[in-house]
Design a protein around this ligand. Structure first.
Ligand SMILES: Cc1ncc(C[n+]2csc(CCO)c2C)c(N)n1
Length: 229
């Protein structure tokens, strides 16, 4: 747990609160909660998320490379294996339920928003160390847990079969996913508490940029459902 007199993940959020809210409470998220999101918006998001996950797996490969001891190596390798062996397969199955086949996924052109976000994360890790990489990944890893918690607390959110996006909500609100996000948060709190102020400020910039790129990713999805566009 982060203590109030120490900087941690919460301080990263406080450093870019308006961007963080724009991400966590984005219209894409709200409409997903209401169940009113245009299915094409969701499909576009799912397709690009497949490409996102491929680069996300590469980011864990980079984390393996940037690891400096056996603990870090094991943690990074476990994450890499989880995404490659498990989560990619689940995503492919989920896409199939939305009428998106594996063949289509394999041939997808990458949207600029996907390129921007994933390459930003990989560059942050490449030029920095393991902490820079984790901070660049934090909006993704911890953000989705926060988004799910926020969503289920809103009165407009529809749960159960009446919402076509129930599976998405239930995956990210699941105790397993929430616990994994908490592990990441604890790791980050512990690392951030040891950083000098200038170093923290540089990390906060990376966090804010990655958060803004997540906003763009939602907006990309929303735009794809705009029939007038
Ligand atoms: C654009 C985008 N941002 C974040 C996530 C969430 N996410 C991707 S991989 C992962 C780790 C464990 O599954 C999490 C939480 C996403 N799917 N797409």
């Amino acid at each position: 747990m982060s203590r109030s007199n120490e900087v941690g993940f919460d301080a990263l959020v406080q450093g870019c609160l308006s961007d963080w809210r724009a991400y966590c409470q984005h219209d894409f998220v709200r409409q997903l909660g209401e169940g009113t999101l245009h299915p094409e918006a969701f499909r576009h998001y799912l397709r690009q998320d497949y490409l996102f996950l491929v680069h996300f797996a590469r980011a864990w490969g980079l984390a393996v490379y940037k690891s400096r001891d056996m603990n870090e190596l094991r943690q990074s390798l476990d994450s890499l294996k989880a995404i490659v062996d498990l989560e990619m397969g689940l995503h492919i199955e989920y896409c199939a339920q939305w009428g998106i086949g594996e063949q289509e996924l394999a041939q997808l052109p990458e949207a600029r928003e996907t390129v921007a976000y994933t390459r930003y994360v990989l560059d942050a890790g490449n030029r920095g160390d393991l902490l820079d990489l984790h901070v660049a990944l934090a909006p993704c890893l911890i953000g989705y847990a926060e988004i799910a918690k926020w969503l289920v607390a809103q009165s407009f959110t529809v749960r159960g079969d009446a919402n076509p996006y129930e599976a998405w909500i239930s995956m990210y609100i699941s105790p397993e996913f929430q616990a994994a996000a908490q592990v990441e948060r604890d790791w980050m709190d512990q690392k951030l508490a040891k950083q000098a102020p200038e170093r923290f400020d540089a990390l906060a910039v990376t966090f804010r940029e990655a958060t803004r790129l997540e906003v763009d990713f939602w907006q990309m999805g929303l735009n794809a459902g705009d029939v007038n566009a």
